[in-house]
Design a protein around this ligand. Structure first.
Ligand SMILES: Nc1nc2c(ncn2[C@@H]2O[C@H](COP(=O)(O)OP(=O)(O)O)[C@@H](O)[C@H]2O)c(=O)[nH]1
Ligand SMILES: [Mg+2]
Length: 219
């Protein structure tokens, strides 16, 4: 990367950090807890939001990030969740979300009736980790079909997250994957990371996820 490009990137990131702090404070003042969800495409972010509704009375809102389509916003809205879709495709197809966009989306959607706001970030394990979106907590999903090595290959995303959901555990009997190795690799890159194993499909482990949300919402 040329020196000029590095300088421009640094400027974008420091402006994003400023907006992120501003948004976090404004959400705290409004009593909204903001969780940023990151993961590879298909690891189960939208499914987890859909099934969370069945386990809590908390008023949930979701800001969906995708390059194209409003499919995820339609899915969570059908599950009874207040939803807003951001598409980056028409603006160059960015593979991450930024704090300013989340602030604008939250304003347009309205959060007066929301206690828990999820940002479903754009599916990939690289760019979203580089941008603070103003969240109180970052979480990452890693489905059991993705392999034990992903925390080692994409450490930043796992380091920036306080919680890792190991998802789709109902599939374990059909796979040659060692869940202990996943845990071990997670702790190698982020010793403080909390880990919850669950299946949005069968509901296994969902009570631990609900407890995590309850504990954070009480604070
Ligand atoms: N077996 C199983 N499939 C799941 C589970 N969670 C999600 N899926 C499936 O995985 C696919 C991708 O899920 P989705 O929630 O769209 O992932 P996202 O791209 O991270 O939002 C869908 O076909 C889901 O039905 C789970 O816990 N168990
Ligand atoms: Mg999704």
């Amino acid at each position: 990367m040329e020196k000029k490009e590095i300088k421009v990137m640094q400027k974008i990131i420091s402006e994003n950090d400023r907006l992120a702090d501003e948004l976090r404070k404004s959400m705290t003042d409004k009593g909204v807890f903001l969780i940023n969800m990151m993961s590879s495409p298909g690891s189960g972010k939208t499914s987890l939001i859909e099934s969370t509704v069945k386990y809590t009375d908390t008023k949930i809102g979701v800001i969906e990030g995708d390059i194209h389509t409003t499919l995820d916003a339609e899915r969570v809205a059908a599950a009874g969740v207040k939803a807003y879709q951001i598409n980056t495709g028409p603006f160059g197809g960015d593979c991450h979300l930024e704090a300013g966009w989340i602030a604008a989306a939250a304003k347009e959607m309205g959060v007066d009736d929301v206690e828990l706001l999820f940002v479903e970030n754009i599916g990939n394990l690289v760019c979203p980790a580089e941008f603070d979106v103003g969240s109180h907590k970052n979480m990452i999903l890693l489905s059991v079909t993705e392999g034990e090595d992903k925390p080692l290959k994409y450490p930043l995303a796992f380091r920036e997250s306080q919680l890792c959901i190991i998802s789709k555990i109902d599939l374990l009997p059909y796979l040659d994957i060692d869940i202990n190795k996943i845990r071990e690799n997670l702790k190698k890159v982020n010793p403080a990371i909390e880990i919850i194993e669950l299946s949005s499909k069968t509901g296994d482990g969902m009570e631990k996820w609900r407890d995590f949300l309850d504990m954070n919402l009480k604070k």
